[in-house]
Design a protein. Structure first.
Length: 146
């Protein structure tokens, strides 16, 4: 065998692979917190869309639409009638907690689009806290970060 062979030894290859694994694992750990931020944004956006959909459904069908939030099961429902299946059933992450405030976690959109009760409820996540506020008249609501 000649001494001038091209290639890498097993030790050199293992050293390069171990350095690569260390760098890739550091990258994976730095992306972990972003997961919670994206999960929060996705939930807030989905909840806002579902509430707007519920309000529009109540207006277009001219009857009450109930919102039932079950925080212990990490789920909420949109119901047109209590004796029929829900219009919408949504599960959410166990990292998100919905907490009753001045508005109970069961309220209705009336046929004119207004809510039957006004007030706030809270959303707690691993990174941030939010407040969902329903205003008097016109059924308007918004989500603010605390």
């Amino acid at each position: 065998m000649s001494k001038n062979q091209k290639g890498f030894t097993l030790v050199e290859s293992l050293l390069v692979l171990s350095i690569f694994m260390i760098i890739s694992s550091i990258t994976a750990f730095t992306l972990q917190p972003q997961h919670f931020v994206l999960e929060d944004k996705a939930f807030i956006s989905q909840l806002r869309s579902d509430l707007l959909y519920s309000q529009q459904y109540a207006i277009s069908h001219q009857h009450e639409v109930s919102i039932l939030i079950q925080p212990d099961q990490y789920r909420y429902y949109v119901l047109a009638n209590t004796d029929r299946p829900p219009i919408l059933e949504r599960n959410y992450s166990t990292n998100i907690y919905l907490i009753e405030g001045t508005l109970p976690l069961y309220f209705k959109f009336l046929p004119d689009g207004n809510v039957n009760k006004v007030g706030t409820f809270f959303i707690q996540t691993k990174k941030k806290n939010y407040r969902v506020i329903f205003l008097i008249g016109m059924g308007r609501f918004y989500v603010t970060e605390q």
